[in-house]
Design a protein around this ligand. Sequence first.
Ligand code: SF4
Ligand code: SF4
Length: 412
Amino acid sequence: MKQKINLPQFDYVNVKVNLESNSLIVYGAGMFIEPVIISLKQKGLNPLAIIDSNNSKQDTLHMGITVISPHSAIEKFPNSLVVIASAPHLIKEISEYCKLLGWKDVIDAACLLSDFDFDNSTFTNGVSQTNFNMDNYYFEYCRIYLPELVIVKQLDVMITERCSLKCKDCSNLMQYYIAPTDADKNIANFSVEKFATSVDYILELRVIGGEPFVNKECFEIIDFLKSISNKSRICVYTNGTIIPKDANLKSLVGDNIFLRISDYGGVSRNVTGLVKALDNANANYDVIRFDKWQDCAKIEYFEESEAQLTAKFKECCVQNYFTILNANLYNCPFAANAININAIPKFEDEYIEIPSTNVEDIRRIIRSMIYEKRYYGSCKYCAGRSLDDTPLVAALQTKTTLPFKSYVINRI
Ligand code: SF4
Ligand code: SF4
């Protein structure tokens, strides 16, 4: 599989000569060190040491390279080029500190994290977690250093409201659908294409449902999404109940497509067979086991202050994860489905009818949703979605469609 950020600002060629003509050390033994070292090694570059000011990390090894303190590093390698492998908000501070200690050449790792190859077993923390970390890196990096760009961390393309399971606490609200349907492929493809034209870059295009493989046109949408050039990857989310065959299986093979299998135990009845089929087809995937879940599927009006809403949004694990459902763009998966089933109102500038909105307006609204909003109108009806708060048993099933209260008339 290939990690590739197709933005000229991150092109490795821009820094190739500088990196190749220097001895290298890397600053920061945190979550980005593994992909940075992998990227360097694939380019034939071998860092001499890793620097970290955290005592507990010093003297440990990362891929055979020792972590040492900044003072020890400047003594041993005063003329090396320093590559900063830290979170973007720390880059400026670390760069100034390195220059204060005496290094002259200091760069960040954006060009390295933008271009390398990996497979299912490359990362200690797995592919999904590493992709998540790298997407957060570029989203934050662009927000700080390239604010003129409109970068979308994740776009959920919801290709069906139907699912092979009926989880009573489904965060995508499938348990409330009375007559779920599949998305029309032409509408889905048109909507994604227009959205992609309106922004500078999409870090992950996510194909979801319900269960994507219940939509017979799944492969046609995936094959179309592959042609979107300003994205890094496609990630298809499945619950491990359906083993795709023929064109659906074929569509999952490629350098920039990845299958995320959510394993909910017994109900995810075909995980073993699915993994076998993907291995045989040479497709990229990982399996994430879930035993616990967030309690985020209630639709309820919560009386909350501005400060509480802002805090809820800040904690939310899907903030700035847009969703396309039918021909509409929504600010998050909860809003998409709650509005779609007519449970909550639409809020101005948090909802776009893609066919009737021009690309300039789409860009303006997305920019405002990403960079200006401190919370959305839909957050008032949502219990919140913090990654750390998982009190429920995952994937408990319901036999019947669950009732919900509609707030559409009462509160606009
Ligand atoms: S598997 Fe469960 S959680 Fe996933 S979409 Fe279906 S109903 Fe929702
Ligand atoms: S409504 Fe707000 S808090 Fe709820 S999932 Fe969406 S962004 Fe997060």
